[in-house]
Design a protein around this ligand. Structure first.
Ligand code: DGT
Ligand code: CA
Ligand code: CA
Ligand code: ZN
Length: 580
């Protein structure tokens, strides 16, 4: 039976490909498919057993969605999607990910120059074939060339942004775990290590009852466009967006050594294998064993295998052979942060922001439900076109929060704003008005293409402003889609220490900004970080788990994260910056 997650993912793919068919991400059909996907995703009861008439009663689903869902449930396929997949294969869809190349431009390039992939486009740019096309010109051609370069997309080693890979893996894990005979399913490889781009998705399913039925189901899911390998131990498929998924089925007795092996990284595995060899042992996916006798030493849990090698368990986010093995041997692995350590969220939007979707009451209820004890409400400030709030709206919100506070006795609510950093580092409003806020996040939302020295100065100027407690999403990048501003990272980190300004670890999977690389550069310094969700609705408050994992990947120590501090200590930190 097709799961809701699978249906939602099919409808999302339908929306993405319809953008190309309609030449616009805003067409009526695109919006309808997106809305339907979301409605299916949040619906708790399985839709597959329902009749079309029953499906139309589900909030957000109409007759046309119901028909598609029935077709999917009955046949396992969607004819409309199959034909779109044929017209717009993944290599072509990837062209539209390049900033400056929207669906219309991509279709025009296909029509006029036969461009079917990023590689084709690269070649055309090299031949200066774009500059004479209507509406493009030499400047656009240069920008496209630069984007391809900086995003590192195209070619054989094409990688998928983690946000897309994570969604596919989560849907698949949920569906696998719903299968009879599957005890659990866990993502492995670069996804478990939380790399920001993913080559292919690796999943292990644990089962004692053999793999036949599992592999059969896996290779015939409706999201599958190609089966590239079928076997009892391992099968590989290509799903909609052109991503490969490898599934391995194991027994529980082998799970520890198998998950270590398939989590990698390869470099980390090689180091561990060497440690095993030094002791006269062999380490592989089946276990740690004695090379002479063949006796099994450990295999059931990762902890067992690491312990047998004389090591503490090493968190997957660190397994890149960039010092974690040495640190484990020396007993100096960093004390990393967990979601349970977080006491507050410091970047939260309400429907006062043009792009916010839930009321302040709904957001505060959800914050309390997550067990947090402080929160900063940070709607967009006035300089942000369309989405920003005026002074009067901000004052009204502040009065509203003062009224609401009695309803939330165990929650400290800070009235903040997400300020916009102008090209010279100035921010919204004026000094007096800014002093009325309890908290300020300042972010770059415009002018992404200024030279690195200008951007660096821009951010440092904002850090020096007493109204700014934290710099939001440091570079403004969207992984795989927009490169973000160029910065002298070491200068910015030094200024953060100097000014007492915090740096946000933005939890949106498409952002993860500051990046793990930047975070790692701050190890050993006194930079203070905050892990914030930048939630635009209540569901996005759960994204803090991604911010946490990015912090772990960046070796950020728990005590460096201000929102792991108790309320009093946290408030003192906020006040000292605003008093400067
Ligand atoms: P990716 O897919 O490029 O984002 O990166 P990974 O790390 O997921 O790489 P993948 O999918 O090729 O392999 C998954 C894991 O399997 C990898 O992290 C470590 C393990 N592995 C694969 N091939 C080898 C190998 O030749 N030697 C060792 N020691 N481990 C391997
Ligand atoms: Ca992989
Ligand atoms: Ca793989
Ligand atoms: Zn925001």
């Amino acid at each position: 039976m097709i799961t809701n997650a699978e249906i939602a993912s099919i409808l999302s793919e339908l929306a993405r490909l319809t953008v190309l068919e309609d030449g616009s991400p805003q067409s009526f059909r695109v919006r309808a498919y997106e809305k339907a996907a979301r409605a299916v995703e949040i619906h708790d009861e399985p839709l597959a057993p329902l009749t079309a008439a029953q499906i139309t009663k589900v909030p957000g689903l109409g007759a046309s969605s119901a028909k598609k869902i029935r077709e999917l449930a009955d046949t396992g396929r969607l004819a409309k999607l199959d034909s779109l997949r044929e017209t717009f294969p993944p290599a072509f869809v990837e062209v539209t990910r390049i900033p400056g190349v929207g669906p219309k431009t991509a279709l025009m390039l296909r029509e006029s120059l036969g461009i079917e992939s990023v590689d084709d486009l690269k070649r055309a740019v090299g031949d200066q074939a774009l500059r004479d096309l209507p509406g493009l010109g030499a400047k656009t051609e240069e920008n496209i060339a630069r984007s391809i370069e900086r995003l590192g997309i195209g070619g054989k080693d094409r990688r998928t942004p983690i946000v897309d890979a994570m969604r596919i893996a989560q849907d698949m894990v949920a569906a696998l775990e719903a299968m009879p005979g599957v005890d659990r399913a866990v993502p492995m490889g670069s996804l478990r290590r939380f790399r920001e781009t993913i080559g292919d998705v690796d999943i292990i399913a644990v089962s004692e009852g053999g793999s036949g039925a599992i592999m059969e189901w896996f290779t015939t899911m409706s999201t599958v466009t190609d089966v590239v390998g079928f076997g009892a131990k391992k099968s590989s498929v290509i799903v909609g967006a052109g991503i490969q998924v490898d599934l391995r089925v194991m027994t529980a007795a082998q799970f520890g050594s198998a998950s270590m092996y398939f989590t990698g990284s390869k470099a980390h595995n090689i180091r561990l294998r060497q440690l095993a060899m030094d002791r006269g042992w062999i380490l592989n996916e089946y276990g740690l064993s004695d090379s002479a006798s063949g006796d099994l030493i450990a295999s059931e849990t990762e902890e067992d295998v690491y312990a047998a090698l004389g090591l503490p368990w090493i968190p997957p986010e660190l397994r890149e052979d960039t010092g974690e093995v040495e640190a484990a041997i020396a007993g100096s692995l960093p004390d990393l942060v967990d979601v349970g350590h977080l006491h507050g969220d410091l970047h939260v939007h309400t429907d006062l922001s043009g792009d916010g979707r839930d009321s302040i009451e709904a957001m505060l209820d959800a914050v309390v439900a997550r067990g947090l004890t402080y929160v900063a409400i940070t709607d967009h400030a006035e300089d942000l076109v369309i989405n920003g709030a005026s002074r009067d709206e901000m004052l009204a919100q502040r009065a509203h929060i003062d009224e609401l506070c009695v309803r939330y006795p165990d929650l400290t609510v800070l009235h903040g704003a997400e300020l916009n950093i102008g090209p010279e580092g100035s921010i919204d409003y004026d000094r007096d008005f800014l002093a009325g806020f309890d908290f300020g996040v300042a972010s770059v939302h415009s002018q992404f293409d200024l030279p690195a020295d200008v951007q660096t100065q821009r951010v440092i100027t904002a850090m020096n402003n007493p109204a700014v407690n934290v710099i939001g999403h440091l570079t403004g990048r969207m992984i795989g889609r927009r490169p973000g501003i160029e910065l002298d990272v070491d200068a910015v980190l030094a200024a953060a220490v100097e000014t007492g300004c915090g740096i946000e670890i933005n939890s949106h999977l498409q952002r993860l900004d500051a990046s793990a690389d930047v975070l790692r550069r701050a190890v050993g310094s006194d930079v203070v970080f905050v892990i914030s969700t930048d939630a635009h609705d209540t569901r996005e408050l759960a994204n803090s788990m991604w911010g946490v994992r990015n912090a772990r990947r960046g070796w950020v120590r728990r005590d460096r994260v201000a929102n792991t501090w108790e309320t009093a200590e946290f408030l003192a930190w906020v006040a000292s910056k605003r008093g400067r």
